[in-house]
Ligand binder design. Sequence first.
Ligand SMILES: NC(=O)c1ccc[n+]([C@@H]2O[C@H](COP(=O)([O-])OP(=O)(O)OC[C@H]3O[C@@H](n4cnc5c(N)ncnc54)[C@H](O)[C@@H]3O)[C@@H](O)[C@H]2O)c1
Length: 439
Amino acid sequence: MKIAVIGTGYVGLVTGTCLAETGNDVTCVDCDREKIGLLERGEVPIYEPGLAELIKRNAAGRRLHFTTDLASAAAGARLIFLAVGTPSADDGSVDLSAVWEVVAQIAPHLTPQAIVVCKSTVPVGTNAAVTARLKQLTGRDCPVASNPEFLKEGTAIEDFMKPDRVVIGVRSQEVAEVLWDLYQPYLRTDKPLLTMSPESAEMTKYVANSLLSTKISFINEMANLCERTGADVNEVRRGICHDSRIGFAFLFPGVGYGGSCFPKDVCGLAAVARTHGLKPRILDAVHEVNLRQKTVLGEKIERHFDGRLSDKVIAVWGLAFKPGTDDVREAPALVLIDRLLELGATLRVHDPEAMGSVRRRYGEKLIYCDNRDDALEDADAVAIVTEWKHFVHPDFDQMRRRMRRPVIFDGRNLYRPQRMQQAGFTYYSIGRPPVRAGQ
Ligand SMILES: NC(=O)c1ccc[n+]([C@@H]2O[C@H](COP(=O)([O-])OP(=O)(O)OC[C@H]3O[C@@H](n4cnc5c(N)ncnc54)[C@H](O)[C@@H]3O)[C@@H](O)[C@H]2O)c1
């Protein structure tokens, strides 16, 4: 099948590559010339495990192409996927300008067989509005399907290749069958392809992300309460999560959720609720709790040093909003860095993948360390913000020797407090009582 994917970011590039892997003829389009230039030269503009190999194989097999020429990619394509960004506007609603731009650009090139498939996360009603706009522009009915994407950065290839489910919102059986054919190779382990109305498909994506965000904000609020009351949130977590009605997933306390999806989708859904005259009390609270949670680690550091950070060196382990990606959009690490810089601290930062994006944002304001241990040199404390695997088992003796003071602020609860005290550290984590070295 000839396919065009418009928008070659985290979702578009993975989608296009994985669709080429099953033999389709895919062209990935982007208006960013630099990004397409890199891809044409065989370089990958983002970090996603396994993606580079897959791009290389499919590009070499001439099933995967890259271009900035949207017209040539759209002409003759049976499926045209929209995978452009849908960021938050200033008022929290969803900025659909890239979607409208692409709709206007593809309209003259759609063949009568073409099906437009919206993979971008868009508010309910967008499918109907795109359908109406295409009719206006082309003078005929062009089918538009909604196919929200559930992949997670860091495991995107695995998620696309073996999804828990595929959701398609369609208005005709014929469109459903084309998408069923396309997705069959990815659903071999009896995972369902769920066909529903475009409105339900659009809502499904926002409801899923909002529920996951709610779980995170909920456990973070409970963690803060545990800390005040002397309880240990990890023990409480075990106490509740063995209940089969609750389960373990997405109930890890931490420094708040980031990334390009959860923050904007919670706000986007809240904005939709408001336009329909509903007050989204839970969504507003989830967002507010999360904004607050991103400041928690910085506040612990500030309190520990009595606000005097201008002569302190703080190491920061982890910058990406989660492990397995170089994405720092809305990352909690940025909130921490901004606050510590404001207080005059010197920051030695390390992340295995996200240093480039952070350097573009902060330039010479930070000291960039290529490895975990260098970041600790003469540090008065280390703050752990992203739970990369190589932070889980450091050599604690060596850490203590390198640091000026043995103090850890762990935003991801990687270690056991008692163990850290035995190892000679003052140790703060989330939702658990702190322990002090030498006590
Ligand atoms: N990142 C994720 O983990 C994830 C997961 C599921 C769904 N989504 C949704 O998928 C969509 C894309 O997200 P992303 O993270 O891939 O975004 P991204 O910012 O990484 O990529 C979007 C790409 O679209 C390109 N673009 C913008 N306007 C264009 C135009 N007019 N013509 C051609 N290209 C254009 C941009 O240059 C960019 O490369 C969003 O709606 C997002 O909410 C993202």
